[in-house]
Design a binder for this molecule. Structure first.
Ligand SMILES: *[C@@H]1O[C@H](CO)[C@@H](O)[C@H](O)[C@H]1NC(C)=O
Ligand SMILES: *[C@@H]1O[C@H](CO)[C@@H](O)[C@H](O)[C@H]1NC(C)=O
Ligand SMILES: *[C@@H]1O[C@H](CO)[C@@H](O)[C@H](O)[C@H]1NC(C)=O
Ligand SMILES: *[C@@H]1O[C@H](CO)[C@@H](O)[C@H](O)[C@H]1NC(C)=O
Ligand SMILES: *[C@@H]1O[C@H](CO)[C@@H](O)[C@H](O)[C@H]1NC(C)=O
Length: 390
């Protein structure tokens, strides 16, 4: 019996064609803003003081991925001034492309996936160990990037850590890194304002949720969204931004004080947007390819409350949003569909509807060179613990 194409498969086809470009946003270790795969090119918008009046530099060079993968994400390995790109190339979804920001060169790291599904996961790059932790379906995996600024000739492997204790309906995880703890939001059955935690150094899922209330006793919503961890001048991230898909507010969760502050939501309400944070800014890359930023001052609630989002004109000047769109240039279909079909298309780019997805975020690493000495020891410790668990 023949099979008629379903609406879903037609939408998937349309979306896969629209998803021919899949840009990602991150920083180098000097907090120059980097945008890859935008308008077919890669850009360095410089430091924050030049975002509103400068002109981004074209840093497109050989060896780069095509940025035509689905849900391409990129992560700064701050100790190494390297950017790791996941799903940068549709024809090689398991590879990690490495941008050595010091030498402005690319290489491609082969990765063995085992049971890990590169079309269906979310991940964070741990600051101190330079190890990715990913939730893919119901299982937590890690991928150890070592000290890589260029690819190794031998493959590295996603390693199965253990099955997650979360419900099987938690198919579209919201993950963020702070204090070497992986935070999971929007878990079914977990209250608004609460997160579940995986403690990296002990390879341990904390059984109890941690609460992060707002000062007035309210809570960030129990809903899907995107995250980005703010770097620190020294040490591991202590705060992360959580932007619900409806974009109504920007919540900043502080895992030292166990509190949340609510600030202005991004200018474009876009469930397909992705985010990156430096020490002093949160950046939105929307699904039309436009960039905006919210200046941020750690520990200064009144400054952050007064702060407003601004366009990153340095990028808009060289890669106008309409021609740079990751999707929906025609306004017909936005979002994209993962190979597993987990991502839902929405009918307008800024609708804030239920676009779901897999990989997200550019929460990455930050910190001081002082921590560097202990990193190898920490890695050894983590791997030792992981080995014991296994
Ligand atoms: C851009 O703006 C920043 C801060 O407003 C200022 O310090 C800088 O001099 C300006 N640069 C140019 C090229 O106008
Ligand atoms: C992505 O780019 C690669 C390399 O240019 C190409 O082989 C592949 O067919 C492209 N995929 C899509 C979906 O355009
Ligand atoms: C890369 O290769 C070097 C040299 O063989 C090795 O020491 C290092 O551990 C490898 N890195 C990773 C992340 O596998
Ligand atoms: C935050 O919560 C953690 C875990 O419950 C706790 O250990 C820590 O003392 C709390 N910090 C503050 C400042 O309340
Ligand atoms: C608490 O503060 C948040 C963020 O400013 C606001 O959205 C919410 O309405 C407030 N709730 C109450 C009960 O005042």
């Amino acid at each position: 019996m023949f099979k008629l194409p379903t609406l879903v498969s037609l939408l998937a086809l349309a979306a896969s064609e629209l998803a021919a470009a899949s840009p990602c946003v991150t920083f180098d270790s000097n907090f120059n803003l980097l945008v890859f795969g935008l308008d077919g090119k890669d850009w360095n918008a410089g430091t924050q003081d030049s975002w509103t009046n400068g002109t981004a530099t074209d840093i497109t060079t050989s060896g780069r991925p095509s940025f035509n993968g689905t849900d391409t994400t990129c992560y700064l390995a701050q100790f190494f001034n390297a950017v790791y790109v996941m799903n940068g190339e549709s024809s090689d979804p398991s590879a990690v492309h490495i941008y050595d920001a010091t030498h402005k060169s690319w290489s491609k790291q082969s990765v063995t996936t085992g049971s890990f599904d590169p079309s269906d996961f979310n991940t964070i790059l741990d600051h101190d160990t330079n190890v990715f932790y990913a939730l893919s379906k119901d299982t937590l995996y890690y991928l150890n990037m070592g000290e890589m600024t260029t690819a190794n000739s031998s493959a590295i492997a996603w390693v199965d850590v253990e099955q997650s204790p979360y419900p099987s309906s938690y198919t579209n995880p919201v993950m963020a890194l702070a204090q070497n703890h992986v935070h999971f939001l929007d878990i079914p059955g977990v209250s608004a304002g609460d997160a579940k935690i995986f403690v990296i150094h002990y390879s341990y899922f904390q059984p109890d949720a941690q609460s992060y209330p707002l000062p007035n006793g309210s809570a960030f919503p129990a809903t899907h969204g995107q995250t980005a961890s703010f770097f620190q001048k020294e040490g591991v991230q202590q705060e992360f931004a959580f932007i619900p898909d409806d974009g109504q507010a920007t919540y900043v969760i502080n895992v030292e004080t166990n509190t949340t502050e609510a600030y202005a939501g991004p200018p474009v309400k876009d469930a397909g947007a992705t985010y990156a944070a430096s020490i002093t800014a949160l950046v939105q890359l929307d699904s039309q390819g436009a960039l905006a930023f919210l200046p941020y001052t750690e520990g200064d609630v009144s400054a952050n409350t007064a702060a407003t989002w601004e366009s990153v004109k340095a990028i808009a000047a060289v890669a106008p949003a309409s021609s740079a769109a990751a999707s929906s240039a025609t306004g017909s279909v936005s979002g994209s569909v993962t190979a597993s079909g987990s991502k839902v298309t929405s009918t307008s780019g800024a609708s804030g509807s239920s676009s779901t997805g897999s990989a997200s975020g550019s929460s990455s690493s930050s910190g001081a060179i002082a921590v560097r000495m202990s990193r190898a020891i920490v890695v050894a410790g983590v791997l030792g613990i992981v080995a014991c668990v296994l």
